[in-house]
Design a protein around this ligand. Structure first.
Ligand SMILES: Nc1ncnc2c1ncn2[C@@H]1O[C@H](COP(=O)(O)OP(=O)(O)O)[C@@H](O)[C@H]1O
Ligand SMILES: O=C(O)[C@H](O)[C@@H](O)[C@H](O)[C@H](O)COP(=O)(O)O
Length: 189
């Protein structure tokens, strides 16, 4: 991965429900031998209750959660026991303002930490099918439309290839292995 040698790296894996965040996060954790944080485990109970009732979160519900997951992941990326100086965190991060908020909420204000935002996207139909396949998750398929409607796939200056920090990966019809290979190649380019 092309990063500054002294910097830690937080890789945020995003995309709407069912797009494959957890699957890709685990593969990245194994590949980079680094800790993996499941962003959904950091929601306050009020958020979980809301989503379990089929009510989408508002931005006000999201800010505190995004701050928390940024701090947890960024502190893991800098801590001494983490030789790779990386951490992976899954988080839908559907809009650019959420990605910006995650970045600015890092421990130490981000001065010694670089971010990589891996955004996975696929078709509405594929999302519905995959969310339907998940067991024991508070997000059910009735929430997919609200996520699909607000999703901002990184483009332009946000992209790594244009000097930004994001990669957008079209996961449609691809196996987990294909997606993992594509994501790792994009991060190591
Ligand atoms: N590339 C893929 N093709 C088909 N099914 C997938 C793929 N990636 C993940 N899945 C399955 O889809 C469901 C959602 O995947 P998951 O990684 O939990 O997504 P997310 O964390 O974004 O909700 C799971 O049942 C998972 O096994
Ligand atoms: O995989 C999923 O089920 C979702 O992506 C899940 O992570 C959920 O969407 C967020 O935790 C809520 O936050 P948003 O409403 O901002 O997606």
């Amino acid at each position: 991965m092309t990063t500054q040698p002294s910097k830690s790296v937080v890789i945020v894996v995003g995309g709407p429900a069912g797009t494959g965040k957890t699957t890709v996060s685990q593969a990245l954790g194994e590949h980079f031998s680094c800790p993996v944080v499941e962003g959904d485990e950091l929601h306050p109970q009020a958020n979980v209750d809301k989503m379990s009732s089929g009510i989408p979160l508002t931005d006000e519900d999201r800010w505190g959660w995004l701050t928390e997951l940024s701090q947890v992941a960024s502190s893991k990326s800098v801590e001494g026991s983490n030789e790779s100086k990386k951490a992976v965190v899954s988080c839908s991060m559907l809009k650019k303002v959420y990605r910006d908020h995650i970045k600015k909420s890092a421990v130490d204000g981000g001065s010694s930490i670089e971010f990589r935002f891996v955004f996975l996207y696929t078709t509405f139909e594929e999302l519905l099918q995959r969310v339907g396949n998940r067991k024991d998750h508070f997000m059910k398929s009735d929430m997919v439309k609200s996520q699909f409607d607000i999703m901002e796939i990184p483009e332009g200056d946000e992209l790594l290839e244009n000097g930004g920090e994001a990669v957008a990966v079209n996961a449609t019809g691809k196996s987990p292995e294909q997606i993992n290979t594509e994501v790792i190649a994009a991060l190591e380019r």
